[in-house]
Design a protein around this ligand. Structure first.
Ligand code: SF4
Length: 344
């Protein structure tokens, strides 16, 4: 099983090979007419919400509302106010165009997302949070990736479905959510019918998440800090991280509820990722108590131990080291003491 880091590295190498004409990640756009052959069902009887929204024209209305937010950009809590539709860029270094770093079935995500055939992962270039310890800094900070159109993105979604993936997993989607919904609408017209998984840093506005009600089937936000000051210090001045993220996650939970699975494959619900940081900078004890009190003890969480001091972490002690003995065990004790019981 590839780790996420190895997966991205593999795909970046492959993306580079594309220029030479030999990349399997970027291998051609599928023919829409062949997209529906032999697709494993994500769940008996489950129908992704976006199908009904599309059928009654609501998906198009959401798409337009999201594109309007890009005119004086308020797609994330940065509230840059930049007119990205006119070609200007905000803190996320993105205008009205977008890039994709890779798309492929991914087997390194949490088990219920992977199933037998993999999670249909699409990594977007650039990011709205920009952490100093970013795992994917070549993509998120440098913006490595390939310029992509909505039609090409729709083809990627259909390609992943045809390859048997159990979901479309959009990674770092916040700054490109209008493009994603545009592509989704095109893909629905061509037969897309597997759950949409929104894999985000958690630094979201309530308004955007409300516009995604019914569009997204599975939310997978990070909850990185429990202290606003840390967002400012370690995520390029991101103000109000705790308030924005907690409000967004509560709304996600209201929309989709606890993670639901069919034959071990998730098709709807919420899964929160929480990376344990040195010296408990992630506030795992506070995080666990918040989840139990606001969302319930049955909420699915992935409390992660693999912190690695990458990118600029060396300049920000104590982020310049891995976890030491006992730190992760302490974090898990806090989580269990708080009452959490669904760990992935
Ligand atoms: S999505 Fe980008 S441009 Fe828009 S508010 Fe966030 S950081 Fe600024």
């Amino acid at each position: 099983m590839l780790s996420r880091r190895k997966f991205i590295k593999t795909c970046l190498v492959a993306a580079g090979a594309t220029a030479l004409g030999g990349c399997k990640c970027w291998a051609g756009s599928p023919s829409p007419s062949s997209a529906m052959a032999d697709v494993p069902k994500s769940s008996d009887g489950y129908r992704p919400g976006y199908l009904d929204l599309a059928a009654r024209g609501e998906l198009e209305r959401r798409e337009h509302a999201l594109w309007e937010k890009m005119e004086s950009c308020s797609l994330c809590p940065r509230m840059c106010g930049t007119n990205r539709r006119a070609g200007r860029k905000g803190i996320c270094s993105s205008d009205h165009t977008f890039k994709v770093a890779s798309h492929a079935p991914h087997f390194g995500e949490e088990r219920p997302l992977v199933g037998r055939h993999g999670s249909g992962t699409i990594f977007f270039s650039n990011c709205n949070l920009l952490c100093v310890f970013c795992l994917n800094w070549q993509i998120a900070h440098r913006g490595e990736g390939r310029p992509t159109t909505a039609a090409q993105l729709a083809d990627m979604m259909l390609s992943l479905q045809r390859r048997g993936c159990h979901n479309i997993n959009v990674v770092t989607p916040t700054h490109v959510v209008p493009h994603i919904v545009s592509a989704l609408r095109l893909a629905v017209d061509q037969g897309l019918n597997i759950p949409l998984l929104y894999n985000s840093s958690g630094y979201e506005t309530l308004e955007v998440i409300q516009l995604l009600d019914g569009v997204v089937d599975v939310y997978m936000p990070d909850f990185k800090y429990q202290d606003d000051e840390l967002g400012v210090r370690f995520s390029q001045g991101a103000a109000g991280y705790v308030g924005y993220t907690s409000a967004a996650i509560k709304e996600m939970h209201r929309q989709v509820g606890t993670l639901k699975q069919d034959n071990g494959v998730a098709y709807r619900g919420l899964l929160i990722r929480h990376l344990v940081l040195p010296e408990n900078l992630a506030g795992t004890d506070v995080f666990a108590r918040w989840v139990v009190s606001e969302l319930g003890a049955d909420t699915y969480v992935n409390i992660m131990s693999q912190y690695t001091p990458l990118f600029r972490a060396q300049d920000h002690p104590p982020l310049n080291r891995r976890l030491i003995a006992g730190e992760f065990e302490q974090a898990m004790s806090w989580a269990r003491e708080a009452g959490l019981r669904n760990f992935l």
